[in-house]
Design a protein around this ligand. Sequence first.
Ligand code: SAM
Length: 243
Amino acid sequence: MVKPAGIEWDDHYTATASHVVDRALVSTDVFWNLLGDVRGKSALDLGCGQGDLAVLLARAGARVTAVDRSAGAIDAARRQAAFNGVPGVRFVRADACALGALGRFDLVTGRYILHHIEPFGDFVSLLRRALTPGGRAVFIENSARNPLLMLARRSLVGRFGLPRRSDGTERPLGEDKIALLRREFKRVEVVVPELVLFRLVARYFFPRNIYWAGLFNRLDRMCWRHFPAIHKYGYLQALALFT
Ligand SMILES: C[S@@+](CC[C@H](N)C(=O)[O-])C[C@H]1O[C@@H](n2cnc3c(N)ncnc32)[C@H](O)[C@@H]1O
């Protein structure tokens, strides 16, 4: 889910919401293994966007609350659940920092939300308190661990005809924020589910060329198999937080 520059989330969802559930990245075994059995559990999907993950969680048997601060996102998520025949999801328009008012949950999930939330330190303690004892939170996030990617983000994107695909306030999730999570939670697991690295070159430099996209995807898969030392420099990470 990438929001083109200059478009507010509300307009983005009005313009682009699709009824095809986007399984990318949350279909990985890594995400669902970190989450464990969701059947019968209460789950909060934070920053739900158009509701793809909320739909998948509800289908897997969780009792889902889907939250986003964008009214457009909540409308799109409601439509998504209805279109996919998933009743019973509770939709709430709220900021993640108002988490305390939403109740307590066995599971909290999110895809590309943590790096939007500020003040992060305050949010982290709210998040721990929103989990029931033994509960866990699992997030799919971007990563600030690759200095070359961060340099490219600072000095290339938005210039030389390269699109800026962020809203200017968000910052990929780095060790500083992960340290705050480690301070608050009993255990934090950080897992790289797959290598998302060279395909970013194709996405920025050849956005409409499926030949380059295919080639760079294959390069990511090859490096994933043969060079484990570079796994941590990928742009994608999953985090599991245990109370
Ligand atoms: C990158 S999108 C991801 C959407 C969805 N999770 C997905 O993967 O398709 C980020 C979403 O987080 C929402 N968001 C950003 N900051 C938020 C905050 N502080 N509280 C609640 N939602 C927020 C935005 O409105 C947007 O829908």
